[in-house]
Design a protein around this ligand. Structure first.
Ligand code: WTA
Length: 662
């Protein structure tokens, strides 16, 4: 298991929180953090029950906090009733925050629109009523295939309001990926747009939806496609199935009685990559998820009433769910959302926007930071020093390990050495932060996500599930259920149990799939990356098997193996080793074949899964029993000297072939 853990460079400098930060933070000082941890250790259910009563509005209160009778299918607050959209919207309007800005939207072209809580509630109600008119009801699945936009959040909140279960599919996924998700979720409707603007270009969305539904054929359960007009592009509207959003909204009431649901009612399904070819539909709850979204906003981001909060993630990912669509709203915060890309029209776009909108908290991925460091070296005009970033108070990162060099740059050049950087470790499955510094508590160490979020019980264990001493690398586990945890894999409870609570570990430990080590003095956690067959490219999760099955579905491909290799900007890059049914291509032929295969993968999964390197061989290196030697492939991909014993290889000459990238 430990063989795929890459060692990362270490930094031991400590960056303690400033007195001022400690003074103003919601969780103020290490003693306050420790008191919360102790409260949870002494009375776990009492701790979460207290917080759930304090932070979530219940229509009907719960009487039981945690039900472990059917572990690992845990239930939280099970007999409580609530509505998530009511908690996010009505709650703020009723508390006198109706005029407060909920979202500031900046389009790709720089045009800015704002919406306050009162108007957002009205829009959500109108759309929720429109969904009900289309016959969509509690428990139905609705696919949302939209760019990051106010409408995207409105669609999510409207589903929550009527108890429909949304499944947002990132706009970069292909028709084929949509098809799989439509079928797996048994979705009845898709909400999409005619297209989207990105980096000065118009990209189609509706056409991809049409293709996805067509691919699903008889297996498609889609009755309605609702289309937002965004780009004005010419699109096909299928009579009887497709409806314009703005037509459906006409005459709808601006109030809508929420559907009161049980705390365990699924709020959404979000597909993510695992170690098999088929993405997993991660199912989240309503009550526990919402509680955690709120607590992490308050404690990790220390959100304040006048803050402008900016999380750059798209709503197609979990980060955009918890820290764009739900967390900020349940705290009544003001959130900036941005349609475009950080490098257009130039790589100063983020810094310029922080100044323009006076952003206080900025939360992004290490990949973006590394890309912007690089860009500022080639184009010094885009360096953050050229912008006024005085409004910043707090910085955050998520999605992949951050190398200490990038951390220091972020801290000094962007945060001007006065903003804490919270390196938040979590996953689609965890719903919110599980290991993270708290800005008024934790002395920071670049490259470490530091300590568990209060109440979350984390450990590093060996292959048999025994806790390792600090300083030893192993597998990251969560030892007790937590409110925002994944409830199941949609339609596949057995896969849920096997993937996350494997018998080998015993004791119902949640297996994160990441390698980790705790500092031998401080106990701080450092994440060493995935230890399963999942790659992390630009903070996006991709399964090697998924890419392999996409490659071998090409009629020209006989066999393919995919591994990751380190990359300066994207963290990991995809490297594919391919054997064709015909002879091995060379020179120009290899280049054009590699391009054809990249486009094929883009069509099968999405452009984000295109292999960076493709290498052709007459064969793949295999053991005598026919297993592909992936360790060897990883060394080849990295360009390392081959130190392993290769005497068992049938054809050692292929190693020479596989050293060359097409
Ligand atoms: C990785 C994203 C190191 C990790 C929220 C995890 C991180 C996977 C960090 C989940 C971090 C996320 N430091 N690694 N701060 N945050 N990861 O489901 O490998 O898209 O398992 O959720 O990203 O990715 P996912």
């Amino acid at each position: 298991m430990s063989n795929s853990i890459e060692s990362v460079s270490r930094e031991h400098r400590l960056f303690p929180p400033s007195e001022q930060f400690i003074h103003h933070a919601t969780i103020s000082g290490m003693a306050a953090y420790e008191a919360l941890c102790e409260e949870a250790a002494l009375n776990y259910e009492g701790f979460w029950g207290r917080l759930a009563r304090q932070h979530v509005l219940w229509r009907e209160p719960f009487t039981q906090v945690l039900d472990e009778s059917n572990a690992p299918f845990y239930k939280w607050f099970a007999d409580g009733k609530l509505n998530v959209s009511w908690n996010c919207l009505d709650r703020n309007v009723d508390a006198g925050r109706g005029d407060k800005t909920a979202f500031i939207f900046e389009g790709d072209d720089g045009a800015v629109t704002q919406i306050n809580y009162r108007d957002l509630l009205a829009r959500v109600c109108k759309f929720a009523n429109a969904l009900r008119d289309q016959g969509i009801k509690k428990g139905d699945r609705v696919i949302i295939y939209l760019p990051l936009s106010i409408e995207g959040v409105v669609a999510m909140q409207a589903c929550a309001r009527i108890g429909a279960i949304h499944s947002v599919v990132f706009g970069g996924f292909s028709a084929k990926s949509l098809e799989e998700r439509i079928i797996d979720a048994g979705a009845v409707a898709v909400v999409t747009a005619d297209g989207q603007f990105r980096g000065g270009k118009i990209l189609p969305l509706k056409a991809t939806v049409d293709e996805g539904i067509a691919l699903a054929g008889k297996k498609s359960t889609i009755r309605t496609v609702i289309v937002i007009q965004r780009t004005g592009a010419e699109i096909h509207m299928e009579h009887g199935r497709d409806q314009w959003w703005h037509h459906l909204e006409v005459g709808q009431s601006e109030t809508c009685e929420p559907e009161w649901v049980d705390a365990e009612h699924p709020l959404f399904i979000l597909y993510t990559s695992g170690s098999t070819g088929k993405p997993k539909g991660v199912q989240h709850s309503s009550g526990g998820y919402l509680l955690f979204a709120r607590l992490t906003m308050l404690w990790t981001f220390d959100v304040k009433p006048d803050d402008v909060f900016w999380c750059t993630a798209d709503i197609g990912w979990i980060t955009g769910h918890t820290y764009v669509a739900y967390g900020p709203l349940v705290c009544g915060a003001t959130t900036l959302i941005f349609e475009g890309v950080p490098t257009w029209p130039n790589a100063g776009r983020f810094w310029e926007m922080i100044d323009r909108h006076k952003v206080n908290t900025f939360y992004t991925a290490p990949t973006a930071i590394r890309a912007l460091i690089k860009a500022s070296e080639t184009d010094p005009e885009t360096h953050p020093r050229n912008y006024n970033l005085d409004s910043l108070r707090l910085l955050g990162t998520v999605g992949e390990p951050i190398n200490p060099e990038a951390w220091i740059w972020y801290y000094t050049e962007v945060g001007r050495s006065r903003c804490p950087v919270v390196d938040t470790f979590w996953q689609t499955e965890t719903g919110g932060h599980v290991i993270t510094p708290l800005p008024g508590v934790t002395p920071l160490v670049p490259g470490s996500c530091t300590l568990p979020f209060p109440g979350v019980q984390v450990a590093v264990v060996d292959e048999a599930g025994h806790e390792l001493e600090w300083g030893k690398g192993g597998s990251l586990v969560i030892t007790r259920p937590w409110p925002a945890m994944i409830r199941t894999i949609w339609g596949d409870p057995e896969r849920f149990r096997k993937s996350y609570f494997p018998d080998e570990l015993g004791r119902n430990l949640y297996l994160a799939g990441d390698g980790a080590v705790r500092d031998s003095k401080t106990g701080y956690f450092t994440i060493m990356g995935r230890i399963d067959d999942v790659l992390n490219v630009s903070g996006h999760r991709l399964g090697t098997m998924e890419i392999e099955s996409a490659l071998v579905s090409n009629p020209l491909v006989a066999e393919a193996a995919v591994v990751g290799r380190p990359d300066d900007v994207t963290g990991e890059a995809i490297c594919a080793f391919v054997v064709l049914k015909r002879s091995r291509p060379e020179g120009e032929d290899a280049l054009s074949m590699a391009n054809e295969l990249r486009n094929w993968v883009a069509k099968e999964i999405g452009a984000l899964a295109k292999p960076k390197d493709i290498r052709f061989g007459d064969n793949l290196p295999k053991t005598r029993s026919g297993k592909i030697m992936r360790r060897l492939l990883r060394s080849l991909a990295k360009g390392d000297e081959i130190a392993q014993d290769v005497s068992t290889l049938e054809n050692p000459a292929i190693l020479e072939q596989l050293k060359q990238t097409a």
